[in-house]
Design a protein around this ligand. Structure first.
Ligand SMILES: [Zn+2]
Length: 349
């Protein structure tokens, strides 16, 4: 029904944002700024103010959504197969609808389609602008209470869209994971317990590795910390020939046999080995950031989704791309005729 011929790269989305930034700046009511500074977005990075101005003009914002690929621009009529045309309909919240209007004898085909069909915006009663604001805030990690104060969304709307966005991030980080390490590369590995309950129930061990040279990271929830489990994860995620640094846990005793160079840190004297200088400070720092991040959200369960957002943000930083631009890129190129992978949280990120 929808023609999904679209693939827009992250760079291309930045260019599109930059070009709309110029058009928004030309609006008559945009305040001037000192020293040529811009609060509307620069270098192809969108700000909330940019979105607010953009979505004050329904036609301009719609054009933007078609350009970045967030909305599909071509539909064939579900009734007769004719191609449909976009009509302005001021009574509708978003102001537009696709209609067929093909002449059939004395009458016309009544086929019509929501502009949200087959997109990120489908199946929700919020306007296009509201979905964009909500998505923006969630991706930019604005706290729920601040989103509520600014937009008056219900707390369940915010929670649902938060979950929805983080499912996309989880799908992305799982689908785009790359093995790290290799000859002349050093990877620090470690395990850490996530989940804050004192009785230990609901807690989850996470195994992680960080490539020092690039900062590339993987985090994998594991059922236990037996040598078999951990060696399987290591073989899956770290290239042979890598220098792997860990603590002295017996779980890692077979690393050399599996083709890795192994250095250890004796934990009793801190995270730096006094004799060899080996340390696992980078992975320790990852745990620190990830846990601080999860605490900020104060979530007791579903930490896997928050961890996914943490990983998503970290990956954007490593790639030097803006996370909202990246998120638009992922959502634009996703096929919305298939539902997201709900409850498929197991596996590596
Ligand atoms: Zn038709």
């Amino acid at each position: 029904m929808c023609s999904a011929i679209r693939y827009v790269m992250t760079d291309r989305i930045s260019e599109i944002i930059a070009s709309y930034h110029c058009r928004v700046m030309a609006m008559p009511f945009v305040p001037t700024t000192s020293y040529g500074r811009s609060s509307y977005g620069h270098n192809g990075i969108a700000t909330k103010f940019f979105l607010t101005l953009l979505f004050s003009d329904k036609a301009l914002s719609l054009e933007f959504l078609y350009d970045v690929g967030l909305l599909l621009s071509k539909f064939t009529c579900p009734t007769c197969g004719n191609s449909m045309v976009l009509y302005a309909e001021p009574k509708l919240k978003d102001g537009y609808r696709f209609r067929c209007r093909r002449r059939i004898y004395a009458s016309r085909c009544a086929g019509s389609m929501s502009i949200k069909h087959g997109s990120w915006f489908e199946h929700c009663n919020l306007t296009l602008a509201e979905v964009m604001f909500l998505t923006y805030d969630i991706v930019r990690r604005v706290p729920s209470h601040a989103i509520q104060r600014e937009h008056q969304f219900g707390s369940s709307t915010i929670a649902n869209w938060g979950q929805y966005c983080r499912e996309i991030m989880l799908e992305y980080v799982k689908g785009s994971s790359q093995r790290i390490g290799g000859p002349n590369k050093t990877v620090e590995i470690d395990e850490s317990k996530f989940g804050r309950r004192k009785d230990g129930k609901g807690a989850q061990w996470v195994f992680g590795g960080v490539e020092r040279e690039s900062g590339k990271t993987f985090l994998v929830p594991v059922q236990d910390r037996t040598p078999d489990t951990l060696m399987t994860v290591i073989s899956d995620w770290i290239e042979p020939g890598t220098t792997v640094i860990s603590d002295c846990s017996v779980a890692y005793r077979d690393l050399e046999a599996h083709g890795y160079t192994h250095e250890t840190v004796r934990r009793t004297i801190g995270f730096v080995d006094q004799q060899t200088g080996a340390h696992i400070n980078t992975i320790k720092s990852t745990w620190h950031h990830a846990k601080a991040y999860l605490r900020a959200y104060n979530r007791k369960k579903d930490y896997i989704y928050d961890l996914a957002q943490y990983m998503f943000t970290a990956r954007c930083r490593a790639e030097n791309v803006d996370e909202f631009t990246k998120f638009i890129h992922i959502v634009s190129n996703r096929d919305w005729s298939h539902p997201s992978s709900h409850n498929d949280a197991a596996g590596a990120m």
